[in-house]
Design a protein around this ligand. Sequence first.
Ligand SMILES: *Cc1c(COP(=O)(O)O)cnc(C)c1O
Length: 358
Amino acid sequence: MSLRPRAHIHLSSIAYNWRAIKAAQVTGITGAVIKADAYGHGLREVAETLHDAGCDHFFVAHAFEAEATRATLGSHPNIYVLNGPSPDEEALYRENALIPVINSSFQFRTMADWLVDGVKMPRGYALHFDTGMNRLGLPAKDTSELADASAAQAPVLIMSHLACSEDSGSAMNAHQAEQLKTISDAFPNVPLSLANSGGVWLGLDYHHALTRPGIALYGGGHPPEGLVLKPGLTLEAPILQVRQLAAGETVGYGGSWRAIAPTLIATLAIGYGDGFPRSASNKGFVSLGGKRCPILGRVSMDLITIDVTQASDLARPGVYGQLIGPDAPLEEQAALAGTIGYELTTGLTPRVKRIYQS
Ligand SMILES: *Cc1c(COP(=O)(O)O)cnc(C)c1O
């Protein structure tokens, strides 16, 4: 038996979550964001699963991710490259019929150079406007100039990205929706896209023609009360050793945890070398048969130590504890480590063996 940490990838749960998002939308088509190896779940496997479920619009960050998506799914779906094109990528975009998302005037000129001689982009292109996030996107003030410059080939999508979608009370949300509407007046009949996962939960005013959920597909983020998403993966690691500590003994590097009473501890084969964050030291937990066992001391590169006093019946070498999954909710574990679910799943390294379940 291997003593590697492993992640069971629940492909049917990811498809279930996509359908749940689709059902929550009042209008518009439901896309899927599968950048960063589908948030650590495996780009090819997730792309195939969602395509089979009926998804036709896939978003990635980089052209190489889009190329892998195209190779997996064949010619049918639309594949958008969120970070946009670079001048040397024309052949890659054309051969794979990728949809560049144009984020800057430099990227617009890059693509305009590809359109000379009237050869259009095979599946068109998207324009991404910045409506208040100030991260990436075309400035709203350039709208009419861009509308004029799009005469050679009109965009297939006008999009923007929400800065505060996780906070339904933020005034930023309505402000951005309003800004996008104003921009869209310059592009009559071009479909709009604004919502990420959090945007879908904000309701009808954010759904438009196409949504771009990512984290919700994988069971993360903060869906509204009553809408239950399923974990996209279950992360587990095996116990290597169990030991009894006497009061006063310490655990791990720096002796950062000290027993005040006799404590049964177990050492598991997972650490920050697998992507389980060091910031979970003395904060996170492992579920053993449904019982929460606190992490004691520092998370090291290959190992963690946990308190199994309350789960002594299960604590023996070869037994797997759960770090993310039904008994260890992603966002709860992430918050204990001072981070977010996105970072936890995308951070899992290749050392974590992925086991795909349909
Ligand atoms: C990553 C990303 C998304 C997906 O966001 P989630 O919060 O994971 O749903 C959507 N749109 C853009 C532009 C993104 O960069």
